[in-house]
Design a binder for this molecule. Sequence first.
Ligand code: ZN
Length: 398
Amino acid sequence: MELIGSVKTSEWGKIGNDSEVCRIAQLNYENFQVNASTPYAEFWMGDHENGPSLIKSSKETLSSFLDKSSKNLIGGHQKLSFLLKILSVSKALSIQVHPNKEEAKRLHEERPDIYKDPNHKPELAIALTPFIALCGFRPYNEIQGFLDKILPLSNLIGNQNVQKLNEGESGLKACYTQLMTASSDKISECIEAISKNYNETLAEYKLYKIFNKMNREFPKDVGILSLFFLNVIRLKPGESIFLPANLPHAYLEGDCIECMSCSDNVIRAGLTPKFKDVPTLLGMLNYKGEPAEEKLFKPDQRDEHVQIFAPKIEDFAVVKFHFTSDIKEYKWKNIEYGSILLVLEGERILRTETLGDIKLYRGSVIFIPGNCGNFINFVKSDNYQGNFTSYLASYNNF
Ligand SMILES: [Zn+2]
């Protein structure tokens, strides 16, 4: 079944046709009207109520269709366990953390006005362009290095806290708590002092550009100082990161594919005009300091055409298919829980055992039911000679 994805605009999105979200939306949806000054931020594919995909032929939402159909379409489940997205990021997203399952449930019960979703939200991001993100705390010695060199920062954190840093997690928690609870005047002074007097230090750590970009986008925001506490990760196209519960992160720049548990649960820590729940955040963070290299998520290279991104959670996995034109067909085991296929490059025919053929093209989004046979087959189309690239999101059966 062909789907129409749900487009989200947000001020952090890339503008007009600079945005992969916008370019894909035009191919996915015939009557999509591009506004050259609109920031197109997200393209959602799935059945989440905040942005359900539509079935192209009937314009019914995928969620209402699944509600009234046989549960065999998604392996007996009630809903899809995952949500697939394209993100086009021009301006930093808020620094955030997602609760684990128990915390999500508790937060939703205690404060349903803010925490609207009772589900956890681990995320996987696969870069489509060079992509910059903040991900997890830096190793303690790196943070110590910044505190030693950047006096306005160590003054803000306070000597007592800085000295605790060699105690590991509890020391880092004391330092980060001091940062996140400092008055906005103190934060603002600190950022100003760094931007005046520490350009060389910023350049030495390759933080000059990003520090100034964030300071332009979110002037004097505490999130800017998180650059000295969190790993700055620069992904090349095709590289990925996995963000388990309680790991602080932010997407700063670039386009990516994102897959997550079907949820919209966020606790924010900066770079946002939205509500920041600082006490909840501080109590929940994973304070382990780890080097940036360890944050890269390594897919399983099944063969020269297929990579499997399967984090250690049940809710989702993403399979990337890349076929050159010499590959006439490629069979892949179908997953009984249902899956969603997104095509980013080229053309093929998708052949299922019981539902026949469907034409795939850049911008196609297809819901593949769990009960359409044991295999799906990507068959080369006669009139297309180029490469083909697509992403298949599903329950994690790997
Ligand atoms: Zn997130």
